[in-house]
Structure formats: C-alpha cells, structure tokens
Design a protein around this ligand. Structure first.
Ligand SMILES: Cc1cc2nc3c(=O)[nH]c(=O)nc-3n(C[C@H](O)[C@H](O)[C@H](O)COP(=O)(O)OP(=O)(O)OC[C@H]3O[C@@H](n4cnc5c(N)ncnc54)[C@H](O)[C@@H]3O)c2cc1C
Length: 391
C-alpha cells in the first residue's frame, strides 16, 4: 500500500487529521488497532475549547455538535461550602466551551471518513515505523491476520500514549518530561440530569470532586481517590455519599442521584516527549504529551497538533517551502507547555495531596480566594480554560 500521509490511530487526533487532509485534497490512510465499536464507545473527554469547536465546524464535522452540544458560559469553583462562578465570555472577550463527548466527536468523524474520505482500517495494528529519518518512511502493520507495509511520504503517530510511533525516535534524541500524581480519578456516568447546569470544580478537605455532564440527561462525576484504587471497591452508594460530602454548599443546593452506568479509575500524569518530529515522522496528541484531566486539555491539544501539521503540509505543497513542517515541533510545544502549566495549576489548586499539611491547605484556599477576588487572576484562569490560540 502507498499513500501521502500514513496516520496511526483513529482517536480524535488521527480522525480529525484524516478529515483535514481530505478537505485539502491530500491522500491519507488511517490504521487503527481496535474495532469501530470500541473507538466509538471509549468514555473520555467532554469539554471542547472554542478553537476546537471552530475547527470541527470548518471541517464539516460540526452539524450534530451544533445541535446536541451544550455551550457553557461559565464554570463554578466550590470551596469552603461557598460557590464562585467564573464567567468565561465576560473575561475572555466572548469565548466559551462546549460540552460534547469525545465519543460523539469520534462517531461524527468516523462517519464522515467512511463516507467521503480515504481508507480507515479498523483492526489494523501498526507494529513499527521504519526509515522515519530517510526519504521513504513506512509503517509495518498487521491486518486480518497478515502483515503488510504502508509506504508513505509522511507518517503521523496519533496512536496515543501506549502507541508504537514514539518508539521510532532514537533514545539519544528523545527527552521526556514527566510527573505522576499520588492520586487518581474515580469517574461515574449516571442516567440522571446534571444537578447544576455548568461544571462544578470542588476543593474539599476530603479531596477533589467534579460535577460535569455528557447531555441534559446524563451526568459525569469524578472523585479524587488514592492512586491504585480499584473502581470495584466503591459501591454506587459510597460514590454518591462521597460526592455529596465534597460538593456540599452552605445554601439549598442538592445533588440528584441516578443509576450508575459506568465506573472507572483514571491515573493522573503529566508527560511531554520532545521533539515531536523525527525526520518524516510527526507525533500528535497523546502520543507526544499527556495532561492530567483537571484542565480538560488533552483532546484540545490533539486538535491543535493536527491543525498545525495539516497547515504545514499544505503550505509545503502550495509554496514548496518546508519552513512550517520544520517548525512543527517547536510550534506545537509552545502550546503544549502552556496547557501542561495550566493543567498542573488546576490539579494542585483543587486536589489534596496525601501528605498535605495545614499550611498547604491554607495556601490552596488563598489561591482559590485570589481567583474569586481578583479579576486579573480570574481572567488568567478563564483564558487558559477556553483555550490558547491554535497554530
Ligand atoms: C477520564 C478522562 C477524561 C478526560 N477528559 C478530557 C476533557 O474533558 N477534555 C480534554 O480535552 N481531554 C480529556 N481527556 C484526554 C483525552 O481523552 C485525550 O487527550 C485524547 O483522547 C487524545 O486523543 P488522541 O487521538 O491523541 O489519542 P487516543 O484517543 O488515545 O487515540 C489513539 C488511538 O490509537 C490507537 N492505537 C494505539 N496503538 C496503535 C497501534 N499500534 N496501531 C494502530 N492504532 C493504535 C488506539 O486504539 C486509539 O484509538 C480525558 C482523558 C481521560 C482518560
């Protein structure tokens, strides 16, 4: 097989890249190791930045998002049983976020790709990227029980944190920056309308809690739990009781309960691999960087990377200049590190470390009160939450 751009992975990064390239008249082939149902049902992100929404719309993938996505003009910070609303458009000159699940973004992009785009092979596992530094990169992959080779002009590794693409970068050239956190998120999906119409981020002495939603009828809620927690060890009732404690306010707000349809634990990690390019291999999305989910940045960063790559490739085709491709890693990393910084800030602002001292608690509350009391501090949060400019 031969194509212009070989894309490994059909998560949001790979699927959107295939769509952007199709729109620009560039051929691609997408290899995805899992089956379609798995990719469409994997519960993950749900908050789309303004820039992500704009890109999906411009790529012709925004129709259902515009109908079913929920525009959110604010978030609530909850601490010390008090509530503080951050008004996003008022602080950012009009930007907001949209609640539309990653599963739905993937379903929309898969449907478009299968209808109009190039090959998207499910059950096709990339085994290795070869000759990335030469003129003829190729992906060795297994599909339908046999091995094959995809010859490409460029390979983009959109294969997530556990993928194979990053391994093609020689160790001597790789630099990894990493941080793990001594806690994780226990997340539930529940068939109950959200108890608040905007996301609630709660700091509590017992740990962090987040109230969010997937739709007007489905709530998504998270609890900070110790690292290594087994989701099965928590009964549904225990989860609701703990959410109630941590989200409690001094007014008459109440948490509505409903049937829990999914329960899982997500570890918290910050990770950046530099550079994001090696020869004709480009890394995008979780293949190159991970953020803890507190800042809601992972999917949005993946979108930024593939927009940057698609623009650079089209620029080279149209002008003959490889300047933008050469600058890919540096361009993406500037945005990535801002998101890493913000995700780290939000995580340490709201979670309680197991070894937290009374001094740490006071500082955390002071940081929250500063945001609630200073327009400058609040604007900093709102700008980062709604997203940094693309490209
Ligand atoms: C619980 C949770 C909540 C989150 N919340 C948010 C949020 O609110 N907002 C936000 O922006 N982000 C959030 N994220 C992060 C977001 O989900 C990820 O950043 C996003 O999925 C990254 O997309 P990706 O396409 O880079 O990688 P992935 O979604 O991981 O996709 C990679 C794809 O590559 C495939 N693959 C892997 N190896 C191979 C191989 N060898 N061959 C072929 N295919 C392969 C995988 O099967 C997968 O389909 C959250 C994550 C979690 C876990």
């Amino acid at each position: 097989m031969r194509t212009t751009v070989g894309i490994i992975g059909a998560g949001p990064a790979g699927l959107l890249l295939a769509r952007l390239l199709h729109e620009a008249g560039v051929e691609s082939v997408v290899l995805e190791s899992r089956d379609r149902a798995y990719v469409e049902q994997r519960q993950r992100a749900g908050i789309l930045e303004q820039g992500t929404v704009d890109v999906l719309r411009a790529a012709g993938a925004g129709e259902r998002m515009d109908r079913e996505g929920l525009r959110h003009d604010g978030i609530e910070l909850r601490f010390d049983r008090t509530r503080h609303r951050v008004d996003l458009p008022a602080l950012t000159g009009g930007s907001a976020v949209t609640v539309y699940a990653q599963t739905e973004v993937c379903k929309d992009l898969i449907a478009l790709q299968l209808k109009e785009g190039g090959p998207l092979l499910f059950g096709a596992e990339a085994l290795a990227v070869e000759d990335a530094d030469g003129g003829h990169p190729r992906v060795r992959f297994r599909h339908g029980g046999r091995e094959d080779v995809l010859h490409c002009d460029y390979v983009v590794g959109c294969d997530g944190f556990w993928g194979v693409a990053r391994r093609a970068v020689p160790a001597a050239l790789s630099r990894v920056f990493e941080r793990t956190y001594p806690y994780a998120w226990l997340g539930i999906l529940a068939d109950v309308p959200p108890s608040h119409d905007e996301l609630v981020y709660a700091r509590h002495d017992r740990g962090f809690a987040l109230l969010s939603m997937r739709s007007p009828a489905v709530s998504r809620l998270y609890l900070q739990v110790p690292e290594g927690t087994d989701a099965g060890a928590w009964s549904d009732e225990d989860v609701w009781d703990e959410l109630e404690r941590r989200l409690e306010t001094g007014d008459d707000w109440r948490l509505d309960r409903g049937p829990v349809t999914a329960k899982s634990v997500t570890p918290m990690r910050s990770f950046v691999h530099e550079p994001m390019r090696y020869g004709r291999l480009f890394l995008a999305g979780d293949a190159a960087h991970i953020v803890p989910p507190t800042g809601a940045k992972g999917l949005n960063l993946a979108v930024g990377d593939v927009v940057t790559f698609a623009r650079a490739l089209v620029h080279e085709r149209d002008t003959g200049s490889a300047d933008l491709l050469d600058a890919y890693s540096e361009t993406c990393l500037r945005r990535v590190w801002q998101a890493e910084r913000f995700s780290y800030d939000m995580t340490t602002l709201l979670h309680r470390a197991p070894d937290a001292t009374p001094f740490d608690d006071r500082v955390q509350l002071a940081r929250l009160r500063r945001i609630a009391g200073s327009r400058a501090a609040e604007t900093d949060l709102a700008e980062a939450y709604t997203g940094f400019p693309l490209g």
